[in-house]
Write a protein that binds this ligand. Sequence first.
Ligand code: EPZ
Length: 417
Amino acid sequence: MERLVIVGGKKLAGEVTTSGAKNAILPIMAAALLTSRLCIFDNVPDLLDVKVMCRVLAGLGAECRLQGRVLTVDAAHAEPVEIEPDLIRRLRASNLVMGPLLGRFQRFKVAYPGGCEIGARPMDLHLKGFRLLGARIKEEYGFIEAEAESLQGTDIHLDFPSVGATENIMMAAVLAEGITHIYNAAREPEIVDLQNFLNKIGARIQGAGSDTITIEGVKNLQGAEHSIIPDRIEAGTYLAAAAITGGEILVRNINPYYLASVLAKLREMGADVHPYSTEIFLRGPSRLRAVDCKTLPYPGFPTDMQPQIMALMTLAEGTSIICESIFERRFKHASEFKRMGADIKIEGCVAVVTGVNSLSGTCVEASDLRAGAGLALAGLVAEGTTYLEGLQHLDRGYEQFEAKLQGLGARIWREKI
Ligand code: EPZ
């Protein structure tokens, strides 16, 4: 077991470079299953989730080779065999292999990933899309099985702009006969990156980034090289770290457009924010101002930045309100902030955060990836020392987390316990 030790009180200052996006590389690795030709990816982040996804693909007969930030995937001998249920449970995003397996082999069998710390996370929208494309779906004994003679393009209206459902349906439709329209599609930048990779291997997709995506089925696919877009949530997390400590930061290798709603919120809280073409400068205020915030599908404020903005609110002047509209149970970090002295009241999907003058370091535990990031931010400004456990979550989505913060002057290190 390991934990992070964080000694609060240091204003962060310096530069940090954003790594490749976790939520772009995971669907794109799954998409490589669609083709029997070699795919080469660079700017791949060094994350636990990428390693687990490599194991998922290997379980399907695809060969993955990760060397530094370059990943090759050779799915020439991939087969739609059953994936180890334990892997599915460890990595929810492994459900993204359903679309490519259905598209290429007209069948799949995967265990239900089940819910997690932030919500039930059903897959009804994924399965609705697969059925409309012509698949017969069986859900029993904790497994989902699908098979189809062939897939026919069709119109699919998503009841909610689900990121995963949009990605899975896009991938399933690539080799279908005819044209598929996905209406009320999710608009995240990671979906645009997936479209760009799929088109490089020969798919014919347009509209990603808007709420209507059109996929014209093709017969053959080839290999491609692709560079993964930067991680907007990682970038937002380091901007928040500078804001909460009243420091200064230059975040390199990021498209500010991906973070427009986060930059607007940080400005509302009093931060001085200067976006450039591929980097963002932020100077934090001496004291943050309270704001209200509602998480929404992109381009609204991202739910993956909710714990981080809550950390800022715990010390802001005034009372802030967060409405978490995406996941039904994404406030577990609030109780850990309260152990540090925060004043937070939770009512359903609403958190009322009254700013206090200071937080005090103590032992806290991350319940999920972004909760861990939020708690680390609180530790950066708490009086005394904060011990953050639950690093298995943090290491899923942040490459060299403590090293990047150390590079900004934070007194943070990892120790075995
Ligand atoms: C993706 O998860 C991200 N993960 C999540 O990031 C992110 O929080 C989420 O999108 C929202 O932006 C990856 O991209 C790997 P959804 P996903 O389907 O696809 C409901 C992180 O920390 N829903 O958009 O699972 C669902 O219950 C992770 O990096 C259905 O009801 O999210 C949730 O309430 C956490 N039925 C809402 O939609 C479905 O069939 C959003 O889920 C699918 C989803």
